[in-house]
Design a protein around this ligand. Structure first.
Ligand code: DAT
Ligand code: MG
Length: 146
């Protein structure tokens, strides 16, 4: 088995709109397992680590402010090719053009803000997933399953 893990965040817009269950349902309906879950209020230090690749970009500060604007839900999903699979479930970054059928395509749209509000985050590689899971769940993960 080549089971893989990814970090998913339901961003403050998703929590505010009551879409936590919808996101989890799509992950579970696809057949992935949720193996860790927490709700938290992210602070600047945590978000600067999580989004370090975007430091210096014009949307960086709006992104950090947005991500601090309310509670978020962090979870770890597991399954073969789950990193690619969750990115596919989420749809592309810009919700205006994200395909219908995806989380962003069905449930989000451009709000005219400096940062795109697109409901969810999903890790984009094994390296990112390991790094991001460590940021949100350091030492809290139940041992490898399957
Ligand atoms: P993704 O979340 O699809 O991996 P990303 O890592 O490139 O996208 O960017 C992180 C978040 O920043 C993204 O979910 C929404 C916001 N963002 C990205 N590019 C943007 C842009 N050009 N203008 C406004 N917000 C942007
Ligand atoms: Mg990204």
């Amino acid at each position: 088995m080549n089971s893989e893990r990814t970090l998913v965040l339901v961003k403050p817009d998703g929590v505010r709109r009551g879409l936590v269950g919808e996101v989890i349902a799509r992950i579970e309906s696809k057949g992935y397992a949720v193996v860790a879950l927490r709700m938290l209020q992210a602070d600047r230090a945590l978000l600067e680590r999580h989004y370090e690749e975007h430091l210096g970009k014009p949307f960086f500060e709006p992104l950090v402010e947005f991500m601090m604007s309310g509670p978020i839900v962090a979870l770890v999903a597991e399954g073969n090719r789950v990193i690619e699979g969750f990115r596919s479930l989420a749809g592309v970054t810009d919700p205006t053009v994200a395909a219908p059928g995806t989380i962003r395509g069905d449930l989000a749209r451009d709000q005219g803000t400096k940062v795109l509000q697109n409901l969810v985050h999903g890790s984009d590689s094994v390296e990112s997933a390991n790094r991001e899971i460590e940021i949100f769940f350091s030492g809290q993960l139940i041992g490898e399953s399957k």
